[in-house]
Design a protein around this ligand. Structure first.
Ligand code: NAG
Ligand code: NAG
Length: 167
């Protein structure tokens, strides 16, 4: 809890020090966005845009998971958005690190036949590069005492449509 509040305070101070541009994407939002858009550009897929409704929804969800579920994975099966999540402990988690973790599954994904190597979960990668997903919102929260972190991104429209190729 303390850790999360500290990070949040730093972000607020940084935002307050700058004159507000027309569209304000928080620094961590920009980092999630840049990491996604790099992975998308690598396979010729256009960029995502930051969406504040999605960011707000992920923010509420990670706070719920922090306060009620000790930062365990959320149940995303019934949501209307596409969702990726990452849980980590014992390390400093940055937005870039979160997205790179999902993109690392690219190694096990074969685009030619749209399949994933056994014992891997390429769905986190294919959601990152899903062409028809246009908007992104993400948030993370940390839990004491085990210093775990849960990060969640939502995508709209959702990707990973069964039987379809991401791009
Ligand atoms: C997640 O939610 C779905 C739909 O509400 C439910 O069917 C499923 O059992 C839940 N899964 C877990 C692990 O709680
Ligand atoms: C897809 O292609 C890869 C690489 O050629 C191969 O290893 C894998 O078995 C194929 N998967 C399916 C389901 O055909």
């Amino acid at each position: 809890m303390k850790q999360f509040l500290l990070v949040f305070t730093v972000l607020l101070c940084r935002a307050a020090a700058q004159p507000p541009p027309a569209v304000v994407i928080p620094p961590d939002g920009q980092e999630y966005l840049d990491a996604h858009n790099k992975a998308r550009a690598d396979v010729g897929v256009g960029p995502l845009k930051w969406n504040f409704q999605l960011a707000k929804a992920t923010s509420l969800l990670v706070r719920f998971q922090r306060d009620r579920e000790n930062c365990r994975f959320a149940n995303l099966t019934s949501g209307k958005y596409g969702g990726n999540q990452m849980w980590a402990t014992g390390e400093v988690v940055t937005p870039r690190r979160v997205v790179e973790n999902w993109v690392s599954e690219k190694l096990y994904y074969t685009h030619d036949n749209n399949s994933c190597a056994p014992d891997h979960r390429c769905g986190v990668y294919t959601q990152v590069v899903w062409r028809s997903s246009a908007e992104l919102g993400c948030a993370m929260a940390s839990c004491l005492p085990d210093q775990s972190t849960l990060a969640i991104c939502f995508y709209n429209p959702p990707g990973n449509v069964i039987g379809e190729s991401p791009y």
